[in-house]
Design a protein around this ligand. Structure first.
Ligand code: UDP
Length: 383
């Protein structure tokens, strides 16, 4: 084994950026590991916002994003543009995080070059290859070519063992999103949108909504828009805050339903520091996001998830997250209950941390050093 090793991290979307940022920072602090970063540019502006908070300047940008392109075109570009970088840099390991097409493409590209793949947030499974689409398939494909699986929770480790992954290659780290959340909340970054700053300062009742999942595009998302309109009219004192995802398909389905409502604030995607402050000030969170399902419980916020299944059962089991699907009337009923029934609210509003303790990056770096240059792993996160 050599005394130092070179590690390349590839990421493309906002949630990947948030979740790899604590690892990249810890890599930069490790005397044994050298860090190179590659962004694919899949969500460029949202990515830049995150890189800025964590002081990360990417070394390479593959610039694979184009509006309206299909998954196969995206994947083909990841292969074509990452391969020359791998050939030139010859890293000792490649880190990917999560389950996007960038992750599946980059990990297979590294495998073909016989570069060990390290998968962060390994082992999440919904059990349905079609939902979330294409993420469930992406994560299973990635597991097949991974050398070191950094599982966030004991449940995700069990999922991997059920698929006959060798236990000695799995380390339970906690989810790095909790490291990112703690780091960002500590900084107390400003809220730049004056409407949001005012709502937070007044401690106004807030319904925070995010929605972007591909399997909800179309009819389901129209229903979300109609449900939000109904709720805004039924609860004039509650403000709905909707940071609208950049995807035009999402915007066209939801935003027309919200026109002319004074108590609905639609914003551009918020910088992570601003978003976490609004989340911390919210009364209820309604979302189809993965990361938000992990963050909001640690802030003690009830989370209603607009999906039929989840690969994150831990907070559902703890009672702070409820899966409600996308039926318009169910959304109306569940949100109404949380704003009108104190007991129902109190039952869900408990701060729990099943996803991490803020030390996921430290465990990940120790596991990487163990793999590449020797040294001891840290004890697993126990959930
Ligand atoms: N987020 C953000 N600004 C926003 C909305 C979300 O910074 O306006 C953060 C959020 O805190 C979470 C991540 O983005 O960490 C979730 O991203 P997204 O919902 O796009 O993806 P998913 O988690 O579903 O993969």
């Amino acid at each position: 084994m050599s005394t130092t090793a070179r590690v390349m991290t590839v990421y493309g979307t906002r949630p990947e950026a948030i979740k790899v940022a604590p690892i990249i920072r810890a890599l930069e602090d490790s005397p044994l590991l050298e860090s190179t970063t590659v962004v694919t540019g899949q969500h460029r502006e949202m990515l830049d916002q995150v890189n800025e908070i964590f002081g990360i300047v990417p070394d390479h940008d593959l610039d694979v994003f184009a509006h309206g392109q299909g998954l196969n075109t995206l994947m083909a570009k990841v292969f074509e543009r990452l391969d020359p970088v791998l050939e030139r840099e010859r890293p000792d390991a490649l880190i990917v995080q999560g389950d996007t097409s960038t992750v599946a493409g980059a990990s297979i590209a590294a495998f073909y070059r016989q570069i060990p793949v390290v998968h962060v947030e390994a082992g999440l499974r919904s059990g349905n290859i079609h939902s979330p689409f294409p993420e469930e398939a992406n994560r299973k494909l990635t597991s097949q070519v991974t050398t070191l699986h950094l599982a966030p929770t004991p449940t995700s480790k069990q999922n991997l063992l059920r698929e006959a992954i060798d236990e000695s290659t799995v380390v339970v780290t906690g989810n790095t999103v909790i490291d990112a959340l703690f780091h960002t909340v500590e900084q107390g970054l400003p809220i730049t949108d004056p409407r949001l700053a005012d709502l937070v300062a007044r401690e106004a009742p807030l319904l925070l909504v995010t929605s972007h999942r591909r399997e909800n595009w179309g009819g389901a998302m129209e229903g979300v828009g109609r449900a939000l309109r109904h709720l805004a009219e039924a609860f004039p004192d509650v403000t709905t805050v909707l940071p609208a995802h950049r995807n035009p398909i999402v915007r066209e389905a939801v935003l027309p339903h919200l026109e002319g409502l004074d108590n609905v604030v639609v914003t551009e995607p918020l910088a992570y520091g601003e978003f976490t402050r609004v989340m911390a000030a919210s009364t209820v969170v309604l979302t189809d996001s993965g990361g938000v399902q992990e963050e909001a419980p640690s802030l003690g916020k009830p989370v209603l998830v607009m999906r039929e299944n989840t690969e994150r059962p831990e907070a559902v089991d703890a009672g702070t997250v409820r899966l409600i699907g996308t039926d318009q009337q169910r959304i109306i009923d569940e949100v109404t209950s949380l704003f009108t029934n104190e007991a129902a609210y109190a039952e869900m509003a408990n701060a729990v941390n099943p996803y991490g303790d803020g030390r996921a990056a430290a465990r990940s770096i120790a596991a990487l050093e163990h793999l590449l240059v020797g040294g001891e792993r840290l004890p697993d996160f126990e959930g």
